[in-house]
Design a protein around this ligand. Structure first.
Ligand SMILES: Nc1nc2c(ncn2[C@@H]2O[C@H](COP(=O)(O)OP(=O)(O)OP(=O)(O)O)[C@@H](O)[C@H]2O)c(=O)[nH]1
Ligand SMILES: [Mg+2]
Length: 205
């Protein structure tokens, strides 16, 4: 390889990394894990209450290195995607009827924003809750939109630390795609995911 080519191949590449997926899949937990590992900063609030992220959250200038690839990542944590938003689901968690209605309105707006923002994303992580059945309308809608826009993406079965998780089932369901199982909470599988992000990012632009 000539020195010019070598320099070009070692240049830091700017990548917008989008976190997509169903509500509560662990998108923010994963964004925070990556933010802490590479920039000592978190991206957003994690909660067991659905639709915690209702506005797009960004963390810029995350200097990431894997497989000899240098990336300048912008982590873009998206609101969870859902086919419907029911305020009653929030009342179960102790929110007042007014708070629940407000949260539902914000969540609905957030879903539209997340899908619209796809055009600005270079690589997407589709976070899937591995304790749930993977044949979910939300997952297929997200993947369909990513494919329509020719965006590279990785399916990330999350929560593999939980005994009722089944990453194998998710792999089987999405056997045509890149799949990298993790526990965003405990860090299991994270280095394989980092290598896969680097490998997809190298092919961008
Ligand atoms: N056991 C386990 N729990 C997890 C893991 N990742 C996330 N969680 C839990 O799942 C719940 C939802 O996590 P979030 O990171 O807020 O999920 P999200 O996808 O950002 O959710 P929304 O923003 O509401 O769409 C929280 O209670 C997390 O602690 C994991 O790897 N293992
Ligand atoms: Mg979130």
């Amino acid at each position: 390889m000539s020195w010019k080519l070598w320099l070009k191949s070692n240049k830091t590449k700017k990548i917008n990394l989008g976190f997509y997926g169903e509500v509560n899949a662990g998108k923010t937990t994963l964004a925070n894990k990556i933010g802490m590992d590479w920039a000592s900063q978190e991206v957003g609030e994690v909660s067991e209450i659905p639709h915690e992220t209702r506005e797009i959250q960004k963390l810029e200038k995350v200097k990431f290195v894997a497989e000899g690839t240098n990336l300048d990542l912008t982590l873009i944590d998206m609101p969870g995607v859902a086919t419907s938003v029911n305020p009653k689901d929030f009342i179960k968690f102790g929110l007042s009827p007014n708070e629940a209605l407000q949260r539902a309105k914000e969540a609905t707006r957030g879903i539209v924003e997340a899908i619209k923002y796809l055009e600005n994303v270079d690589v997407a992580l589709v976070v899937v809750d591995a304790t749930k059945h993977p044949f979910d309308q939300v997952n297929f809608t997200i993947i369909g939109n990513l494919e329509a826009q020719n965006k590279p993406f990785i399916i990330v079965p999350n929560k593999v630390d939980l005994p009722d998780s089944d990453a194998g089932l998710v792999k089987e369901a999405f056997s045509d795609y890149h799949v990298s199982p993790i526990s965003a909470l405990q860090g299991e599988g994270i280095y394989d995911l980092y290598n896969m992000i680097a490998s997809l990012a190298r092919k961008v632009r």
